[in-house]
Write a protein that binds this ligand. Structure first.
Ligand SMILES: NC(=O)c1ccc[n+]([C@@H]2O[C@H](COP(=O)([O-])OP(=O)(O)OC[C@H]3O[C@@H](n4cnc5c(N)ncnc54)[C@H](O)[C@@H]3O)[C@@H](O)[C@H]2O)c1
Length: 315
């Protein structure tokens, strides 16, 4: 069981779901988030447990070191990030300052605070780039096609260094496309949340390109479960966290439209450059090392997401 944890990015979509789960299970949690895209409203239920402290700070700031030292966590879940791959292409320096330098600051702070382990939110989809090996295993060469993907790949080298030089245990989890309740429906990343909210508002959703590109959609509770397992098992590994199933954007749209009960057809716009045509992760190693498997079907996960957005129409 986790007793004392820092969650960076804990006011974000995945982070808030993780914080709620471990706080419910009795862990003392310190959330560090600059609220650049995170929202405190996501933490209302978690904070009601009385086990959650929140500190607003940018992970690049030197104060992170003192903050973690005072809290003395056993494990640091590092999820804070600039998550927009397209923004990383336009602003690679900003992306690297948060996703590389900010991450090194957090890992260094974890070492100085005496934490035994860091669990890092990496990206499977963004690291492998275009490949014919689908589902893609961890052994596939990493050829990221965005600075965001490069940053995620580089962090694993830092984690190896910190393990060797300081004995810090780490697990790097390469998530596929995560979806579920509480995802930001306004950004670029969360296509499920965007489709759900747009259709619930009876507006036509946009599809860039012909809708044939595929992604691997993994439900947020399954991702949280992987994070919790990674706090105790799997030291020294990079592990894919996905379902191994490819779903096209057209198929996803049809599933969301059915769950919402919408007759609207999507509006097709010009494809955005830089989208890899197919992406899907082989997570057999996570099963072997963490005992992790996704249990949520896409149909059920979409239904739950739709129900959540119906209850939170202004999110
Ligand atoms: N959502 C996905 O499909 C997906 C897929 C692969 C990897 N990931 C990774 O999982 C993690 C969480 O993603 P998410 O979907 O919850 O995104 P999110 O944007 O909802 O959460 C990120 C959080 O980090 C915070 N943050 C950003 N920059 C910060 C900074 N400089 N200092 C402090 N806090 C900062 C934001 O305010 C936000 O709360 C990220 O590291 C992301 O790269 C997500």
């Amino acid at each position: 069981m986790i007793t004392r944890a820092v969650v960076t990015g804990g006011a974000g979509f995945i982070g808030a779901n993780l914080v709620e789960r471990i706080a419910d299970e009795g862990a003392d949690v310190l959330v560090v988030d600059d609220l650049s895209s995170g929202r405190l409203v996501r933490l209302i239920d978690a904070r009601a447990t009385g086990n959650v402290n929140f500190h607003q700070a940018d992970i690049r700031q030197p104060e992170i070191v003192d903050l973690l030292a005072k809290f003395a966590p056993e494990v640091v879940f590092h999820l804070a990030a600039q998550i927009d791959a397209r923004r990383s292409v336009v602003e690679p320096v900003v992306d690297a300052s948060i996703n590389v330098v900010g991450t090194v600051n957090v890992v260094q702070a974890a070492v100085e605070a005496g934490a035994s382990r860091v669990v890092f939110a990496s990206s499977g989809g963004a690291q492998f780039g275009t490949t014919d090996t689908l589902p893609t295993p961890e052994t596939e060469p990493r050829r990221p096609e965005s600075p965001y993907g490069v940053a995620k790949a580089v962090v694993d080298r830092y984690l190896e260094y910190y393990a060797a030089a300081h004995g810090l245990e780490y697990v790097s989890l390469g998530f596929a496309n995560v979806y579920g309740p509480g995802q930001d429906p306004h950004g670029e990343a969360g296509v499920v949340a965007i489709f759900v909210q747009t259709l619930l508002r009876a507006r036509p959703a946009k599809i860039y390109g012909d809708g044939s590109i595929t992604r691997d959609y993994v439900y947020v509770d399954d991702v949280v479960d992987a994070c919790i397992r990674a706090a105790q098992r799997g030291a020294g590994h990079y592990l894919n966290i996905g379902t191994g199933m490819e779903t096209s954007v057209n198929r996803l749209y049809d599933m969301v439209a059915k769950a919402v009960g919408s007759p609207l057809r999507p509006e097709y716009l010009a494809a955005k450059p830089g989208d890899v045509p197919r992406s899907c992760l082989d997570a057999s190693l996570a099963k072997e090392v963490l005992g992790w498997e996704p249990w949520m079907t896409l149909e059920e996960g979409i239904d739950r997401t739709v129900q959540w957005f119906r209850r939170h129409p202004d999110f």
